[in-house]
Write a protein that binds this ligand. Structure first.
Ligand code: PGA
Length: 250
């Protein structure tokens, strides 16, 4: 399967950063074995789509409702209209900062699918949950509660496993631990979606950098990466894309 490398710009980026998106898009042409995408903040979505011809462009969140009195919120249909092809839902920063539950995440994911967007559903345990040996159980529960339902869903869903303690910290799980978790996620996906669950991509996220990407991407059942800090410059993000490209060539 083509590896999928997605940059999550979080709350970073003004129009000055469009030059990074352009550079990433241009380089993607020689790295076609990798599917590359960026999720800039809402304010740059339309401009990024216009600047970038090859890469995917998506958003970092959406509201579950189609429209209405929700000041400050953005619906999935609006994202689609501004050029988004996908949306990330359930990122741990949304779950923590905005108290989003699994049910909220599922509602958002289903709204996104209904609007014709693909979705990246994020899951991951906290450090305390890992230390108490509950990481796999926590992630299984998040998958059960957050993934959109229905047979058609599987074709448009990507799962991102992001241990909360690895995000923005420079710490990562071992390759063995990532493999163990990804295999357990794969089993859960098959239980939820049947055979279609075998084909979904499972990304790893959390402190992915150019110098560790090759190793992390080689872990069992890792189909790509969701990248935060290292996606903010074309230079570091393309280092990760190149590592994925090499992994495919190898
Ligand atoms: P990081 O963020 O790469 O900065 O650790 C990953 C993410 O939160 O998606």
């Amino acid at each position: 399967m083509r590896p999928y490398i997605v940059g999550n710009w979080k709350m970073h980026g003004t129009r000055a950063m469009l030059s990074e998106a352009r550079a990433i898009d241009r380089a993607a042409e020689r790295l076609m074995k990798v599917e590359v995408a960026l999720a800039p903040p809402y304010t740059l979505l339309h401009a990024t789509r216009k600047e970038a011809a090859l890469i995917g462009v998506g958003a970092q969140d959406c509201h579950a409702a189609e429209g209405g009195a929700h000041t400050g919120d953005i619906s999935a249909a609006m994202l689609k209209d501004s050029g988004a092809g996908f949306v990330i839902v359930g990122h741990s920063e949304r779950r923590a900062d905005h108290a989003e539950s699994d049910a909220d995440v599922r509602a958002k994911a289903e709204a996104a699918l209904a609007a014709g967007l693909a979705v990246i559903v994020c899951v991951g345990e906290t450090e305390a949950q890992r230390d108490s040996g509950k990481a796999e159980a926590v992630v299984a529960r998040q998958l059960d509660g957050s993934l959109p339902q229905g047979e058609a869903a599987a074709a448009k869903v990507t799962v991102a496993y992001e241990p909360v303690w690895a995000i923005g910290t420079g710490r990562t799980p071992t390759v063995e631990d990532i493999g163990t978790m990804h295999r357990s996620i794969r089993e859960r996906l098959k239980a939820i979606y049947g055979e279609d669950g075998a084909a979904l991509r499972i990304l790893y996220g959390g402190s992915v950098k150019p110098d560790n990407a090759g190793e992390l991407l080689a872990a069992d059942e890792v189909g790509g990466a969701l990248v935060g800090g290292a996606s903010l410059t074309a230079e570091s993000f393309l280092g990760i894309v190149a590592a994925a490209h090499e992994a495919i060539e190898a």
